[in-house]
Design a protein around this ligand. Structure first.
Ligand code: NIG
Ligand code: FE
Length: 413
């Protein structure tokens, strides 16, 4: 099946083959072609360029079986890649929203036995089919908003059976949706209720029972730990990552959301693909990341919702590092998977340029979930997951006018 998108006002986000991430000043630029066309064959980008008369003419030749899409002068962009989400969950936590408004912090809600444990209770009572149904509503929602790849974590199970249940739901999403999905095992999201006061034993349960089963069923692409104050320590994180490494499962870590936790350093030590959150960081984290393969990933939707500081994305980029942005879509700290809003927060609250924020939400977030060889840019050979916008004046307009409904169509072949 061949598709030609023509009459593209601006084709944006072009990268040469082989570029897997952008760092430092490389993030300042987005390569574009004005008045362009894009050819897709069997879901793969095979050609693009400045609009050529011959391409326009062939649109009359219906006999060829080629599908023609008129972009009507809009932008064509690579889809967003959302490298950090928790979109498989049951119900919601709108009650805690009231507590939050009344002044309770994320940690205070968690310490009262709410937060993640509330979601775990609800998930326990929810069947696998119902969980899939609820998650699919969110998957369809984010696809319509331009997300073409998503990483999904477990971590609301917190028992062997319920963690496996979550991961099977993620596998089913992978198998039934056109969107590219990566599964992340986050048994160490909080200590399960049955293990209250016995955190060490819960960590042993993760290492000795959960991880072997997860690995045996091939349910996880990555492993995660919430390495932060009040959750899991650096030592516990190292223990889990060491065990995961035996199964060849690479980490992506929750680090430095609530405190400077040492999570970045332990992540880098175990060659984490990404370290995420980073609302609280110092020079030491920047130094630890320098020269590593680990993508610092920031989650401005979480800062926005919890009213906590934003990560110092600008400082990281000025230090020559790459930065990715993701939504953290979850019921407790970021109940939104709108990557365009994430891109806007990158500009408005983190003071990234539209180009830096765009690169952070596309090629770098693709890297942070291990898919930048197949997604995250307009490149021959990559999957043609693209957004077609209404005609807009510039790339900057996309985050600037962030509530204007500019998405005309999302192609996820
Ligand atoms: O990334 N910080 C830890 N985990 C999630 C929140 C999960 C929840 O509150 O349900 C996060 O913010
Ligand atoms: Fe998270």
């Amino acid at each position: 099946m061949k598709t030609i998108i023509y009459n593209i006002g601006t084709l944006a986000g072009i990268l040469p083959e082989g570029v897997l991430k952008l760092e430092g000043a490389e993030m300042n630029h987005v390569e574009c072609i004005e008045n362009a066309y894009l050819v897709i064959e069997d879901g793969i980008i095979t050609e693009f360029g400045s609009e050529d008369e011959s391409i326009i003419k062939t649109q009359d030749s219906v006999k060829t079986g080629t599908e023609y899409i008129d972009a009507k002068g809009g932008f064509v962009l690579p889809c967003f890649c959302d490298s950090h989400t928790h979109i498989v969950y049951a119900g919601c936590r709108d009650g805690e929203f009231r507590d939050k408004i009344a002044g309770l912090s994320y940690e205070e809600i968690a310490a009262r036995g709410g937060g993640i444990l509330n979601s775990a209770d609800l998930l326990h009572e929810t069947s696998e089919d119902e969980l899939y149904r609820q998650a699919m509503v969110r998957v369809n929602e984010i696809m319509a908003m331009g997300t073409g790849a998503v990483e999904i974590k477990s971590g609301y199970g917190l028992t062997v059976e319920d963690e496996l249940k979550m991961l099977r739901v993620i596998r089913r999403i992978k198998e039934t949706c056109p969107i590219t999905v990566k599964a992340n095992f986050l048994g160490a999201h909080a200590v399960g209720r049955a293990y209250k006061g016995r955190q060490g034993e819960y960590v042993d349960l993760i290492c000795d029972e959960m991880l072997p089963k997860v690995a045996e069923e091939g349910l996880a692409d990555y492993v995660d730990v919430f390495c932060d104050k009040g959750f899991f320590t650096v030592e516990e994180t190292a223990k889990i990552l060491k065990k995961a490494a035996e199964y060849g499962i690479r980490p992506k870590i929750h680090a430095n959301e609530l405190e400077v936790s040492g999570g970045v350093q332990v992540g880098v030590e175990y060659d984490a693909l990404s370290v995420d959150h980073l609302e609280k960081t110092t020079e030491a984290e920047i130094e630890a990341l320098r020269g590593s393969n680990t993508m610092p990933t920031m989650l401005p939707g979480c800062s926005f919702f919890l009213g906590i500081p934003y990560g110092n994305a600008k400082g990281y980029i000025e230090a020559g590092l790459p930065v990715a942005l993701a939504s953290d879509y979850n019921p407790g700290s970021s109940p939104s998977g709108n990557m365009r809003f994430v891109m806007a927060l990158g500009c408005i609250r983190m003071r990234l340029t539209p180009e830096q924020s765009f690169n952070a939400c596309t090629i770098n977030s693709a890297y942070a979930m291990g898919v930048s060889d197949i997604l995250g840019s307009i490149t021959v050979g990559k999957k043609a997951n693209v957004i077609i916008t209404k005609p807009v004046p510039s790339l900057a307009f996309i985050p600037y006018s962030h509530q204007t409904p500019i998405i005309e169509r999302v192609l996820i072949p």
